[in-house]
Write a protein that binds this ligand. Structure first.
Ligand code: ATP
Ligand code: LTN
Length: 331
């Protein structure tokens, strides 16, 4: 079993990526690839737990992979692949369902939020965290960089790994979540109490990775603030401004104290204008590379190579897990 430091993470191809996903996930992937052996995948099997249009799913899956490369993940160093091209995910996912308790799955807040008030909720939306555990455990990941909303799923993954190991013998590494302080929970521009999310019907509440500069300037100029006029980082009393400070800090790669100092006494107008410019500056090269690669044979090659490597790695763990459980295997 591998003991080196490894990360695995992914972004669902279920909608247009916004800068919350960039802050909480993608920018972290880019940073950590140098420190860890890395696996970045597109959880397309997770996306279909809610209905997806086949054409859109197809295109969005390519898009997420293209964002990985465009944002700076080096496909020579990291493995980039599509979940549906590695059958072991579904197979270990089933095994994880046999280990997960109904009550545990029933406590997952993401399930509650996504199923609340909906008709025809799929069984897979309920068992989703078991598949997520399989994604992580198959690669013996030691660390999983995610936004704050995924920490509950990570806790369950740890519980399932421990449960399996104690029932059947040491098989899986028990992974740790990495949730960084800044940007792990980017809030909507219209409401600092709601996560920035593409499911919000108010389009001004989020900035998409592919938004044009004019749209970005407009959305930031309309972002809610408060009435005291000071650029001060204080989530308790100034959540809307603190959210913008975190975004500035993340996109300009400076500390939140630096942001406070820079805009001391300047008011929100100047701050928001410059925030829009730092976000535009960071997104522009990513957008350009994204458009070059998204429908290219280069991306196909990266994904094919990634699938080969991922199948190899995942196959080893799956076999070990099946043997440990007593399935007859011939190898
Ligand atoms: P949905 O809003 O449809 O549930 P999502 O954006 O939460 O989707 P993904 O696109 O798979 O789901 O998210 C990818 C990663 O980005 C996850 O690690 C998630 O925690 C992180 N993330 C998503 N939104 C935010 C946000 N507003 N702030 C910080 N991190 C986020
Ligand atoms: N559940 C995550 C997406 C996801 C994931 C994973 C993230 C599926 N499998 C494995 C990290 C590791 C989400 O909703 N954002």
């Amino acid at each position: 079993m591998s003991t080196s430091k490894r990360i695995l993470s992914g972004i669902k191809p279920s909608g247009d990526l916004n800068i919350g996903g960039y802050a909480g996930a993608l920018s972290q992937f880019v940073k950590f690839q140098h420190e860890f052996e890395s696996f970045f995948f597109v959880p397309d099997l997770h996306a279909v737990t809610v209905a997806q249009d086949p054409k859109e799913l197809h295109q969005r899956s390519r898009e997420i992979a293209a964002y990985y490369v465009a944002a700076g993940i080096d496909p020579e160093k990291s493995t980039i692949f599509l979940q549906s091209q590695v059958p072991a995910h579904a197979e270990l996912g089933w095994i994880m369902e046999t280990q997960a308790h109904f009550g545990e799955l029933n406590r997952m807040t993401q399930f509650k939020e996504k199923s609340d008030g909906k008709e025809g909720v799929s069984a897979s939306l309920f068992t989703y965290p078991a598949l997520m555990a399989s994604d992580i455990l198959l690669y013996q990941a030691t660390h999983v960089p995610v936004g704050e909303d995924q920490t509950q799923h990570l806790e369950l993954t740890r519980d399932l790994a421990n449960r399996f190991n104690s029932r059947f013998g040491q098989t899986f590494i028990v992974p740790e979540a990495i949730v960084q302080d800044i940007g792990c929970r980017v809030m909507g521009l219209d409401d600092p109490h709601k996560k920035m999310s593409k499911s919000n019907p108010n389009q001004a509440s989020y900035i998409l990775m592919l938004d044009e500069p004019a749209a970005i300037r407009k959305k930031f100029s309309r972002a809610v603030t408060d009435s005291d006029g000071q650029v001060r980082y204080d989530w308790e009393s100034k959540p809307a401004v603190s959210n913008l400070i975190e975004l500035y800090s993340l996109f300009a790669e400076v500390s939140t104290e630096d942001v406070e100092r820079r805009f001391d006494g300047q008011g929100y107008g100047a701050f928001k204008k410059e925030l829009a410019e730092v976000v535009i500056a960071k997104l522009q090269p990513i957008q350009q590379r994204f458009h070059e690669i998204v429908n290219s044979p280069e991306l196909d090659e990266i994904l094919k190579r990634g699938a080969r490597k991922a199948n190899e790695e995942a196959g080893k763990t799956l076999l070990a897990a099946k043997k440990a459980m007593g399935f007859v295997t011939f190898d």
